[in-house]
Design a binder for this molecule. Structure first.
Ligand code: PHE
Length: 341
């Protein structure tokens, strides 16, 4: 047994790689291995009780010493297979990483997620409606009857069955009021479609994030408060806003909310077309007709709505100069934006 042990030790010493060590293991401990066969071929019947005991003990001890030696050798070999950093003896951290392409979040998704988080913090629920809408929810229920000129401003893609691709996320307003009633706080992020002539700032497919809040005693002050909270969170600083009158049939009064240009601080630059202001969020108090379409008691409730251009906001936040990049499907475009903001 001592001979077997010395031989095994010597062979393990010579075996440097894991396959070589495995060969040694098989040679000694495998089903037909030297140690296994030794145990099998011993005729214990011929031994006295005492001999049996001592032989058995030594055999077991040889077997477990052999197993332990093989295990230790394998461990050493796999450790040495990792290139060593001479100074510390640890793995060499200066080796290049494996280049795994993990993909990247689209800037619209990044901005949308951030906004959802901010609004959820203010008690808004996130709802998504339908990209294919009925004429009723996209127009009529928003106080835009068939002959209204406001329809011309949203050049619409019509389906053959009379439905349409929603031209704005406002189409969710009356759907949400019907479903949840008042009071309600909800945002509706989503894709919208208009038959635009495409250029650097016009796309036929773009994203909006609609907001709707209906409760008791809601005024323009609440609207401004929520808008300022939102913009400060997105741009990580206090922003100055102003309201200009704006017309939308589904709000009264209606506004265009401008932010003071974040590039030049209001002095005037190319981005804000020298005006110091950037038009960002159309909004207003929900028109009573819309509340009625949503079966809300207008003697008790009022509210505000806004239609933030997600695409526009992403362009401002990341300094993206051309809207056509968003739907280009070019992975190099997406890879430029930081995931944590
Ligand atoms: N839906 C309008 C648009 O797309 C924006 C808007 C939303 C205006 C909500 C007022 C209130 O142009």
């Amino acid at each position: 047994m001592e001979d077997i042990w010395r031989q095994l030790e010597a062979e393990l010493d010579r075996a440097k790689s894991l396959p070589e060590i495995e060969q040694v293991r098989i040679k000694y401990l495998g089903r037909k291995g030297v140690i296994t066969v030794l145990a099998k071929n011993t005729d214990f019947g011929k031994l006295s009780a005492e001999e049996k005991k001592s032989f058995g003990q030594r055999l077991n001890s040889l077997k477990s010493r052999a197993e332990e030696a093989v295990r230790a050798a394998a461990e050493r070999a796999s450790r040495e297979a990792v290139p060593q950093d001479g100074a510390t003896g640890g793995p060499d951290l200066s080796l290049p990483g494996t280049d795994r392409r993990l993909g990247a979040m689209h800037p619209i998704s990044l901005v949308q997620r951030e906004l959802e988080d901010i609004f959820q913090g203010m008690g808004f629920r996130v709802l998504t409606g339908y990209e294919v809408e009925t004429e009723y929810y996209n127009f009529d229920a928003l106080n835009i009857p068939p002959d209204h000129p406001a329809r011309d401003m949203q050049d619409t893609f019509w389906l053959e069955d009379g439905r349409l691709l929603r031209t704005h996320t406002s189409a969710n307003q009356v759907r949400a009021l019907e479903q949840f009633g008042a009071p309600i706080r909800a945002i509706f992020p989503g894709r919208c479609f208009r038959n635009e002539a495409m250029d650097a700032s016009h796309e036929n497919t773009f994203y909006q994030l609609e907001g709707l809040l209906v409760d008791r005693d809601i005024s323009v002050a609440h609207l401004i408060g929520v808008m300022k909270t939102l913009l400060s969170a997105v741009f990580h600083k206090e922003v100055t806003v102003r309201l200009r009158p704006g017309f939308f049939p589904f709000v009264e009064p209606g506004f265009e909310l401008d932010v003071q240009c974040l590039i030049c601080g209001g002095v005037g630059c190319a981005t804000c077309k020298r005006s110091g202001w950037i038009e960002l969020i159309p909004c207003g108090l929900v028109h009573p007709r819309v509340l009625e379409f949503g079966r809300v008691d207008t003697s008790a409730f009022s509210g505000f709505a806004f239609g933030l251009g997600l695409t526009r906001l992403a362009m401002m936040k990341f300094g993206i100069p051309d809207i056509r990049l968003f739907n280009s499907g070019d992975i190099r475009f997406c890879e430029q934006f930081p995931v944590s903001m």
